[in-house]
Write a protein that binds this ligand. Sequence first.
Ligand code: S3P
Length: 165
Amino acid sequence: MTGKIYLVGFMGSGKSTLAAALGRALGWAVEDTDTLVERREGMTVAEIFARHGEARFRAAERAVLEELQPRRQVVVATGGGLYAEPDNRALVNRDGLAIWLDVSLKRVIERLPRDGRRPLAADQAGLARLYHARQAAYRQAHVRLDADDAGPDELVGRVLDRLER
Ligand code: S3P
C-alpha cells in the first residue's frame, strides 16, 4: 500500500468529487492540483491561461506535483492534463497508485459546466480532439475505473476493494 492515491482522467470525470469521498472513507487528506496551482499563482486557472498562456500553467502544475512528493496518506485530484505530460506521469506512477476515472466523451460533454473555468473546454471540437489524444496516456494508470454510470459511493467501494487486494 503506497499511502497515496492520484486520481487522473479527463475534465468532468469526477476526480474532485471522488477525491473528497475517498479522503473521508480512508481518513486521508485531500489535495487538488488546480487549487494548489491557483494558490501558488494567486490567480484562477482561467486567468493564468488568459494572461500567461498554457505553458505557465503547466510549469506551475509541475511545481505543485513536485511539492506533493513527500506527502503520504493523501488523495490527490489532478487536473485533466497533468497525467498527459510524460514526466508528470512517470513521477505519479512512481509515487503512488494512479487511478484513471474513465468516462465517455458523451458524459464529459453532459457534465462539464459551461462556466468558463476550463479554458480547454471552450470549444467542443477541440475538447473531442484532446479527449482522444489523451486516452493512451490515461491507460497507463495502475487502475482503471469505469466511471460513466457509477456514483462516488460505488467508486469508493471499488477503490477500497482494490486497496485490500
Ligand atoms: C485541464 C483540466 C483542468 C485544469 C485546466 C486544464 C486539462 O482540470 O487543470 O483547465 O488540460 O485537461 P480538471 O480536469 O479538474 O477540469
